[in-house]
Design a protein around this ligand. Structure first.
Ligand code: SIN
Ligand code: MN
Length: 234
């Protein structure tokens, strides 16, 4: 694994972390798993306006929102009533190698952007485990990712995310604003039917300190304690 770029404090960026073979495998695996956990368009709290992005989840917890109950995590697919499919091992490997966190993620939000789908600036703040970073993997069409710690547009930055890219944000950037201004249709042929997939891994619950989890087992400790510098944790 090469050293990441660091476009801002607490933000780490690995361009083309995944090679083409891995990208093809992962994209196919996402659509295979989505056969038992179909994509849907969630609703904004209260207004019920549907997001332009289609979503599903993998893992023991999935992020969901609807008009009545708003943003939350659910252990089951809201329309199927079944548990979410497991997070693919390839994604857990990326987490182990880059997140520098003592436990594995519980949630993998799968965002599917087709056509003019976009995502407004928001913070990921529904997770009690704020000491864990957020890890995002991009597949398919290029996208303009906007991020910053203050809402003022002049204080935000952008990254053009491409297929196979990995971004990890944590520490002082854990609650940064981020969103997708737009995707660039036709810039990749990876996704059947075109578009972009984004896979976001998050630890939701605070890990039990006495319970040694798989993140520590069988492999190396993450090579770089990326967030120690930024958060002051040892
Ligand atoms: C998200 O914040 O949920 C998605 C970000 C992305 O699509 O890159
Ligand atoms: Mn987000």
């Amino acid at each position: 694994m090469s050293a990441p770029l660091q476009p801002a404090p607490g933000v780490f960026y690995w361009p083309r972390y995944l090679d083409m073979t891995q990208q093809h495998w992962l994209s196919a695996e996402v659509f295979r798993l989505a056969e038992s956990a179909p994509f849907y368009r969630p609703e904004m709290p209260r207004t019920g306006h549907k997001l332009s992005v289609e979503m599903t989840n993998f893992g023991s917890l999935g992020w969901f929102t609807d008009a009545e109950k708003g943003y939350r995590y659910e252990a089951r697919h809201p329309f199927r009533g079944t548990s979410w499919p497991p997070i693919p091992e390839l994604l857990l490997d990326i987490w182990r190698a880059t997140a520098g966190y003592r436990s594995l993620p519980e949630a993998c939000l799968v965002n599917l952007y087709r056509g003019r789908a976009r995502m407004g600036l928001h913070r990921d703040s529904d997770e009690p485990a704020r000491d864990a970073p957020v890890l995002s993997v991009s597949l398919g069409d290029k996208a303009l990712f906007r991020f910053g710690r203050a809402r003022k547009i002049s204080s935000t930055q952008t990254l053009l995310l491409e297929s196979g890219d990995v971004v990890v944000f944590g520490g002082v950037a854990r609650l940064m604003l981020h969103g997708i201004d737009r995707i660039f249709p036709g810039t990749s042929s990876l996704i059947p039917g075109g578009g972009r997939l984004n896979l976001t891994l998050r630890r939701v619950t605070i890990p039990d300190a006495t319970q040694k989890e798989a993140a520590d087992q069988g492999g190396d400790r993450p090579p770089n304690a990326l967030f120690a510098l930024d958060t002051g944790r040892g």
